[in-house]
Structures are given as structure tokens and as C-alpha cells.
Design a protein. Structure first.
Length: 385
């Protein structure tokens, strides 16, 4: 039919591997990382993965290579504990939250970066950044409009293995033409390579300094920063107008039923609410209820998936079970398989990158005497005649 398009192929990664520890590289190339809308879209894509005895930093870098999303592991998080974890099709962001939890940490998502750190740091990270952005508009700071534009411009920050935090801070400062007071309070350390794509001065400075329980404040005119001890930022207060015919009192009552600990009050026709950046995002979401709620998404049909898989001596049955967890029905006659001498517990070794379902299944069943048919979300297996 004229004008028709083939259906989009969605990448769904099925990974089962033992990933070895990363080598130290002093000239690691800057990776290509998504940012903005493409980054947020990547966080919504499904992830199917199974890892056994994986070194965390190598796992995160594998995800960065496959999904082009940047990550930063806080220096206080132990990156040496080997992880064993299975993900069954949840969105990438939810999957990364599970990986962080398995490391004894939590996940924050400041613009364009997955930050893995201690729970208390993650709780306040985005609010700390927001406070610094707001401070640029404080009349007492006397930051000219042109200077504000310079400081909120987004640039990519990349550093190498064994770079020190002081060197990284100086790199950020040079990019934004900033001086740094009290740089000597930053302890000496050597960090693994990382990339912060398209970040502001406030985002970059905060993600580095907060790892030492240090904070910073703008110097007058926005010409520099002064490093100071960490302190919990004050929460943010914002005004909200009810939608439709709802009154401010009704809106507040609705919110307090959902969030009993919400700090908020009615002022005229508006609700004043105080909380972290994430709290305000949740409140704003309720005001867009008039828009159609997104329908629950069905599992992606098998032929619309691209599969990445690397396994050594893994049973075929285990791989099929991972497919089932992602919403695929696997149908076959077990009695006929036994009569034909087909053993689905036979170990296989595979290494495929972004393979179509047909390519992946042909390699999976090679030499087993199995044929297959794909019907949307159903995989039918038969004894090869």
C-alpha cells in the first residue's frame, strides 16, 4: 500500500553473561551518550537481562555502550561486590534502580545522567542542584543575565581513569570560566573514567563535590564558587492552581490523602507546597489528569525485538524462561520432544548482537532438531521432520 511503513523494531536486550573487571585506560575515548528527550525515551525502553557474578562498573559500562546512557557511581559505593541479577522487561530506569539497590545504593536521574549513590545523597541531589540554579537569580548574588546564560549552558564533561577530583573540578571551572575557592579541602583520590553529557555548571560541580560530603556556593557575580561543608538544602516551595472547577482546598485535600506528610497550605486560589524536586514532579503529574492516561503497554511482539545475548554453557530451557518472563508464550509438546530425544537442558554458548528474533532462534536451536514459528507474542516449537 502506498505510504505504508514497516513496524518499528524496538531494541530489547537479553543479556546473560559473566562480565570481567575493567582494565585501567588512560586514554579512554569519550562515548556517545544520549541527552534531552532521547535520553528520557531511552529510560522508558524495556530491558531483559540476566547477569551472574558481574563486576558492577563493567555492568554499567556495558549498559552505557548498549543504550548510550551515561552513569556515575559515587565514590562511597563499593564497586567490587559481584552482582547476580535478572531483569524481566521493566523500563531501563526501573531496571537501573534495581541494579543500584543490589549494590546497596540508590539511583537519581539529574538531567542526562544516571547517578548511583548513597540513599541520603540521592534523596537530596536534584534539589541541591535546583537550589544552585535558583541562586543565580538571587538579587544579592548580582549575577548579570549574560553570565547566567554562560553558567547554565550545557557542556559534556569527560575524564579519564586515574584523574583526580581536583583535576575534574578544574576542568569544569575552565569550561565555565570560574574560580574555585577552598579547592584544597577536596581530598586526594583517583577516579574511574566517566562522562557527564550536556550538564550545567551546577550539575557537574554538585555531582563531584557531593561525593565528599562537600557543598559549594556562588561567589558574587557568578565569577567563581566557594567549597563549603555539606548541608541539607532547604526544600522548594511552589504554587499550584487547581484545574477545572476544583478549588484549592479540594486540591489540597486530594493531595493530603495521597501524601499524608505533604507540607502544603491554601493561599487564596492556589496551593503552596514545599518539598524536593521529585515531590513537585509527582504533584504536577496529578494536574495533568485531564489528559488521557497512557494505556498499559503490551509486551513487544517477538519479531519487533532486537536481541543481544552472550552466554557460556547456559541451558536452552533457561533462555526460553527469560523470554517467557518478557511476555512471550513458548509452546511445545514436551512428550514429543522427549520421544525425539530433544533435551532443552542442553547447554549452549552464544554471542549475538542486536539480532532479529529469527536470527537469534536459529542459533539457539542449531543442532537440536527443533523448528519454530513466531506468531506475535507466541513462539511455537516443533520437532524437526
Amino acid at each position: 500500500m502506498a505510504g505504508s511503513r514497516s513496524p518499528a523494531v524496538l531494541p530489547v536486550y537479553l543479556i546473560a553473561a559473566v562480565v570481567t573487571a575493567e582494565p585501567v585506560l588512560l586514554d579512554r575515548p569519550q562515548p556517545t551518550c544520549l541527552y534531552g528527550d532521547k535520553f528520557r525515551e531511552a529510560l522508558r525502553q524495556p530491558l531483559i537481562a540476566s547477569w551472574e557474578h558481574v563486576e558492577p562498573r563493567a555492568l554499567w559500562r556495558r549498559l552505557m555502550e548498549e543504550r548510550q546512557v551515561a552513569f556515575l557511581i559515587d565514590r562511597r559505593v563499593d564497586p567490587s561486590t559481584l552482582l547476580t541479577l535478572s531483569l524481566t522487561g521493566e523500563p531501563l530506569q526501573a531496571g537501573c534502580e534495581r541494579i543500584a539497590a543490589a549494590m546497596g545504593a540508590a539511583l537519581a536521574v539529574p538531567d542526562n545522567v544516571l547517578y548511583v549513590g548513597p540513599a541520603e545523597t540521592v534523596k537530596w541531589l536534584r534539589t541541591t542542584i535546583e537550589r544552585h540554579e535558583q541562586a543565580l537569580h538571587d538579587p544579592q548574588r548580582k549575577v548579570p543575565a549574560r553570565r547566567r546564560l554562560d553558567l547554565t549552558a550545557r557542556h559534556t564533561v569527560h575524564w579519564q581513569d586515574l584523574d583526580s577530583p581536583r583535576e575534574i573540578l578544574q576542568q569544569i571551572a575552565r569550561r565555565h570560566r570560574l574560580t574555585i575557592a577552598n579547592l584544597d579541602v577536596v581530598p586526594h583520590d583517583l577516579w574511574a573514567s566517566a562522562t557527564l553529557p550536556q550538564v550545567t555548571a551546577a550539575e557537574a560541580m554538585t555531582m563531584v563535590l557531593i561525593q565528599f560530603e562537600l557543598e559549594w556556593e556562588w561567589e558574587p557575580g557568578g565569577e567563581g564558587i566557594r567549597i563549603v561543608p555539606w548541608r541539607e538544602p532547604p526544600p522548594i516551595t511552589r504554587r499550584y492552581k487547581p484545574r477545572g472547577r476544583q478549588t484549592a482546598a479540594q486540591l489540597l485535600a486530594d493531595w493530603q490523602r495521597t501524601w499524608p506528610d505533604l507540607v502544603a497550605s491554601v493561599e487564596g486560589s492556589e496551593v503552596l507546597a514545599t518539598g524536593r524536586v521529585e515531590d513537585h514532579e509527582a504533584l504536577r503529574a496529578t494536574l495533568s489528569v485531564g489528559k488521557p492516561m497512557p494505556a498499559a503497554t503490551e509486551p513487544t511482539p517477538l519479531r519487533r525485538r532486537l536481541i543481544t545475548l552472550r552466554v557460556e554453557n547456559a541451558p536452552v530451557q533457561g533462555i526460553l524462561q527469560e523470554l517467557e518472563k518478557s511476555g512471550i508464550t513458548v509452546a511445545y509438546d514436551a512428550a514429543r520432544f522427549r520421544a525425539a530425544g530433544i533435551d532443552l537442558n542442553r547447554p549452549v554458548t552464544l554471542d549475538v548482537q542486536k539480532a532479529t528474533a529469527d536470527e537469534f532462534l536459529q542459533k539457539l536451536f542449531d543442532g537440536l532438531g527443533i523448528t519454530f514459528e513466531i506468531d506475535e507474542r507466541t513462539l511455537r516449537l516443533k520437532v524437526k521432520e
